[in-house]
Design a protein around this ligand. Structure first.
Ligand SMILES: Nc1ncnc2c1ncn2[C@@H]1O[C@H](COP(=O)(O)OP(=O)(O)OP(=O)(O)O)[C@@H](O)[C@H]1O
Length: 485
């Protein structure tokens, strides 16, 4: 096991730095009710976001369900896994189940509006605590961000990094010079995972580490697209831009879309024109790369779109608003439209016993007219939602109003049914109580007849005594036997 994993903090008290954030998490967990808002933990990689969420669950004795937003992309999977878990009780008897959704900023990046929407729905209806984790708050869709309480995590100070590494060295019985630890702490830039990994790589096969042994190749250099775009618009020097661009894992066409998105926010028209000119030249090279399948050209495309744009901002850079490309949002909308049409066809197909494909190809116009004639009845009959109704009515506002009315009627019906069944239950309970009272009264008025024959009352027999009655009783079986024969 690598040291980063071996020395993952188990309890919140073991998380180094970020004291305010840790306190906020503890308070949230202690006072958690189903009405509490989810937490959105943000911060750069390797500073303890995931560890803090896991440690919190351990401290609270909560079960954990970890989801990776980018793995479980489809709406269905996210809804099935987190939706159910969010509302069901624990299998193993722990009081709560903490749902951790990692990479929450990756949903928009994957143009997965369905996923973002599904998560927003889960957050609204969640009956269990939820923590979302993201590197950049801006990457998280607005609908999700609005529902959460932000918990920003900051980079860890070099002194804290050094302290932690010293503890690890003591446990691993390795001696490590202060200069070596300082060198690691400095090149880790506040990233604890990176520092621990570097220490591990440097210490492998040794019992002592000096500054010369430091192996910085293990540094977790995951420069994000945010660093690159920020560097470009800050007008960073060529060498830095090239370095960020090499470290960034996005493909050149994706990088281009990100840079282009921020170009629109450049206030100075000369700089804006220059940025678009560089981007368009980069685009030409991207096109050539694809047409000729000659990937050497990629590097020219990348240089033009990054260093080319950065040149416009040299000495006059600014911090742009970095946003995911809007075309992803548009693609997401188109994808959503398709899904709505498909689900509409499925509902109508079922209602009219016609294959879904034929509904889409042939009958949609005709059914639109039916819907326009009696929108409310149509909506109720086929159990449509506002999006599906919009396709039939071609009017979003009207569709929303009809859907709202249908929901109101459905709710009234449900309330009425609940009242009726409550009344029925009460009547049944009352009848049962009356039956029980009747039975009790009957029992009281008709006590059970004793099995043993009773003596004649003394007043009536006059001369008979209890002794003579006992005598009779003893004889009785004999007589019965004799009678029998
Ligand atoms: N604050 C911290 N205190 C102690 N150890 C830490 C801390 N932050 C990170 N570490 C170490 O780094 C490792 C990775 O931390 P963690 O997975 O929590 O980072 P993260 O912020 O969630 O990163 P990412 O965004 O990449 O998922 C841990 O296993 C632990 O060894």
């Amino acid at each position: 096991m690598d040291w980063a994993e071996r020395y993952r903090p188990e309890h919140l008290a073991d998380i180094l730095g970020n004291n305010a954030a840790v306190r906020q998490m503890t308070d949230w967990a202690r006072n958690w009710t189903p009405d509490s808002r989810p937490l959105l933990i943000t911060g750069k990689p390797g500073i303890g976001k995931t560890s803090a969420a896991l440690a919190l669950a351990r401290d609270m004795n909560w079960e954990v369900l970890e989801l990776n937003a980018s793995d479980a992309r489809t709406k269905t999977v996210i809804e099935r896994v987190a939706g159910n878990s969010a509302t069901t009780t624990s299998l193993f008897g722990a009081e709560r189940k903490l749902i951790i959704i990692d990479e929450a900023d990756n949903l928009e990046g994957n143009a997965d509006r369905g996923g973002a929407r599904a998560i927003a729905e889960i957050l609204k209806g969640a009956r269990q605590p939820v923590i979302l984790i993201a590197n950049d708050a801006y990457g998280v869709s607005d609908s999700i961000r609005k529902l959460c309480d932000p918990v920003p995590f900051r980079a860890i100070t070099a002194a804290t990094l050094e302290k932690r590494m010293r503890e690890i060295c003591a446990k691993e019985e390795i001696s490590c010079g202060s200069d070596a630890l300082t060198a690691i702490a400095e090149s880790s830039a506040g990233d604890m995972r990176s520092a621990v990994n570097m220490l591990f790589a440097s210490a492998t096969g040794k019992t002592a580490i000096a500054a010369d042994d430091i192996n910085t190749s293990q540094k977790d250099e995951r420069a994000s697209i945010f660093d690159l775009v920020a560097g470009v618009y800050a007008g960073a020097p060529d060498a830095k831009i090239q370095k960020l661009s090499r470290e960034c894992e996005e493909k050149p066409d994706t990088v281009m879309q990100w840079i282009e998105e921020s170009a629109a926010t450049v206030a100075n028209p000369h700089q804006r024109r220059g940025a678009y000119a560089a981007l368009s030249r980069g685009d030409i090279y991207l096109g050539r790369t694809m047409r000729r399948q000659y990937y050497t050209l990629w590097r020219y495309a990348t240089s033009l779109m990054t260093s080319g744009v950065a040149k416009e901002f040299a000495g006059a850079g600014f911090r742009p608003r970095i946003m995911p490309p809007s075309r992803w949002r548009r693609m997401g909308t188109a994808k959503k439209q398709k899904t709505v049409r498909r689900t509409l066809a499925a509902k109508l197909g079922e209602g009219y016993s016609i294959p879904d494909a034929q509904i889409q190809k042939i009958y949609l116009d005709l059914l639109s007219r039916f819907a326009a004639d009696a929108p409310l009845a149509f909506c109720e009959r086929h159990d449509l939602d506002a999006d599906q109704l919009t396709i039939l009515l071609h009017d979003k506002t009207e569709a929303a109003a009809v859907f709202k009315e249908a929901q109101k009627i459905a709710k009234e019906k449900e309330t009425k049914m609940k009242k009726v069944s409550a009344a029925k239950r009460a009547a049944a309970r009352k009848a049962e109580e009356e039956r029980a009272a009747e039975l009790e009264r009957f029992r009281r008025e008709n006590p059970p007849v004793p099995l043993v024959p009773q003596p004649e009352p003394a007043a009536e027999s006059g001369t008979e005594t209890l002794a003579s009655f006992e005598e009779e009783k003893k004889k009785a079986p004999t007589q019965a036997t004799l009678d029998f024969f």
